[in-house]
Design a binder for this molecule. Sequence first.
Ligand SMILES: [Zn+2]
Length: 166
Amino acid sequence: MVTAPLPADPGLRVAFEEALAGYREGGLPIGAALVHRGEVIARGRNRRVQDGNPILHAEMSCFQNAGRLPSSVYREATLYSTLSPCYMCSGAALLFGVPRMVVGESRTILAADDWLRTRGMTVTVADDPACYELLQRFIAEKPEIWAEDIGDAGTGQKYDQPHRGT
Ligand SMILES: [Zn+2]
């Protein structure tokens, strides 16, 4: 599926596995994981195509799968996503008080990374080649679904960096 090695970070590895599962389902290959004290406590993937649900981005799906958590857990958690988070997902992470995020890559699109930093979150970008390669492959294959998911942000200049997928 991809030629790049799998992510070494266990949290990002799980997020990537979710992205890969999404790709195999014909959906957007973007995955997420929530890690608490070194344990993956939830995982999710973008379900726009699979469920016909535009708000189930990978991170939202991950939060949904996590169910109700006490704020004490969120405060010690790290959110992983294979792609730079949009403002919806970033808003959810801030709402729940998650202090850290690891982003697989911000090359395809650079969305709310800096906004999260201004709100006190620690955002680390792994620039992972497998995350990038998988999403680029999908964008080349299904550019219309990618454009749909990001609300054409890449061409609408809503984000800091246009997507390079096509
Ligand atoms: Zn999102």
